[in-house]
Design a protein around this ligand. Structure first.
Ligand code: FAD
Ligand code: DHB
Length: 390
């Protein structure tokens, strides 16, 4: 039977970043990932890093490409009623955000871990968590056709929304807070120059749209779609026409279109699991919580969980004290609920929810207030750049 100090389930951003931080502090960890390395490196997801996330990547020694290729953004636009209001992040908070694709970050993390052979096991099946409520947890799994067992001090469940870690805890031992939104996001990636040098979040009676980017030559666009929609129903030309129809004329007129490299539909939900620690099992990132993508908090929350947990584990292995480790859930949940509230509010502000004229008038009034009030803009900016507490 193999043993390690921390068994990590899942090689998404949270699993690999945790493993990397632990390794730099002399703590042994083994990551068990269900998918292949190529699959994990090709997944297209988030694109925006808060500055505290960038600092954590620096601490982990994986920020070289982030700092070289990431695009610093000092603000973004909120478009509605054929006009635009800029949220001046830098001016209002003194902080900026960085545009850098999760796909690239995932590659950087895989590359960093590759220097430690055996530290990540790819294409592992049937992971089962055992005895996480005792001082001697174990994880069993199938790899290369054989069943194995891994002894450890702690298990970090970094296996996302569909993983086994959250499900390993009986429902009566955890609280789950959930909201499912009645629409999805259809995303399109294309090698065309971005519409504007900053992101544009657009509210329109036809539905929400977001103009984002990955680099100066690669754009990422999203349109709100129906939950039942299938990607095959959305030709590239239908997507581009719909996007243009939801933007103010001055932006729509300069939209550069091109063939899609990828198109996918993501449902929107909010989910928080409490607590995030069960004995010697920690839930980290999407395994513990999901936010709707509006405001780009998902990846940043995952990184924030990792920061809190890594600090606790480093303290434990240095001093034997479990004080910080035992505070993991409490500390992480403070930020999780801040981000859950903001992403719910930003989603509610910008999407088309229903045909209810009262609700629509309230939405318009709130957007108008945002454009008129520097206090309202500052509230958005503070939440968008993320809190500085742990
Ligand atoms: P994940 O990235 O989900 O990683 C979990 C890992 O665990 C995966 O590699 C998975 O294969 C592995 N795994 C799962 N089950 C098992 C198992 N049983 N055994 C072993 N391994 C397992 N956020 C934004 O801010 N903006 C966006 O635009 C955005 N778009 C998204 C689009 C999609 C389709 C999804 C799913 C998420 C999106 N997110 C977005 C959220 C963001 O990508 C996540 O918050 C982030 O990936 C969380 O990282 P994680 O490591 O916690 O989880
Ligand atoms: C991206 C996604 C978001 O949800 C967001 O708020 C900003 C950017 C993106 O994929 O680029």
């Amino acid at each position: 039977m193999r043993s390690t100090q921390v068994a990590i389930v899942g090689a998404g951003p949270s699993g690999l970043l945790l493993a990397q931080l632990l390794s730099r502090n002399g703590i042994d960890a083994i990551v068990l990932e269900r998918r292949s390395r190529d699959y994990v490196q090709a997944r297209i997801r988030a694109g925006l890093l808060e500055w505290t996330t960038v600092e954590l990547l620096q601490e982990a020694g994986v920020a070289e490409r982030v700092m070289r290729d990431g695009l610093v953004h000092d603000g973004f636009d909120v478009a509605f009623a054929n006009g635009c209001h800029r949220i001046d992040l830098k001016g209002l908070t003194g902080r900026s955000v960085l545009v850098y694709g999760q796909t690239e970050l995932q590659k950087d993390l895989v590359q960093a871990r590759a220097s430690d052979p055996g530290a990540v096991l790819w294409e592992v099946a049937d992971v089962v968590l055992h005895d996480w409520d005792t001082r001697a947890p174990r994880v069993s799994y199938t790899h290369a056709g054989a069943r194995h067992e891994l002894r450890c001090d702690y298990i970090a469940g970094c296996d996302g929304y569909h993983g086994v870690s959250r499900a390993a805890v009986p429902p009566q031992q955890r609280l789950q807070f959930e909201r499912v939104y009645p629409f999805g996001w259809l995303g399109l990636l294309a090698d065309v120059p971005p519409l504007h040098e900053e992101l544009v979040y657009a509210h329109h009676e036809r539905g929400f749209a977001l103009c984002s980017m990955r680099s100066r030559g690669r754009s990422r666009y999203y349109v709100q779609c129906s939950l039942g929609d299938k990607v095959q129903q959305w030709s590239d030309s239908r997507f581009w026409d719909e996007l243009a129809a939801r933007l103010p004329e001055r932006y729509a007129g300069r939209l550069v279109t091109g063939p899609s490299l990828e198109k996918s539909i993501a449902p929107l939900r909010s989910l928080v699991t409490e607590p995030m620690q069960f004995g010697r099992l920690f839930l980290v990132g999407d395994a513990a919580h999901i936010v709707p993508p509006t405001g780009a908090k998902g990846l940043n929350l995952a990184a924030a969980d990792v920061r809190v947990l890594a600090r606790g584990l480093v303290e434990f292995y240095r001093t034997g004290s479990t004080t910080l480790v035992d505070e993991y859930s409490h500390r992480a949940l403070r930020r999780v609920w801040q981000a859950t509230r903001f992403s719910w509010w930003f989603t509610t502000l910008l999407h088309r929810f229903s045909a209810d004229p009262f609700a629509q008038r309230l939405q318009s009034a709130e957007l108008e207030y945002l454009a008129r009030s520097s206090a309202a803009s500052r509230t958005v900016a503070e939440n968008y750049v993320g809190p500085s507490f742990d």
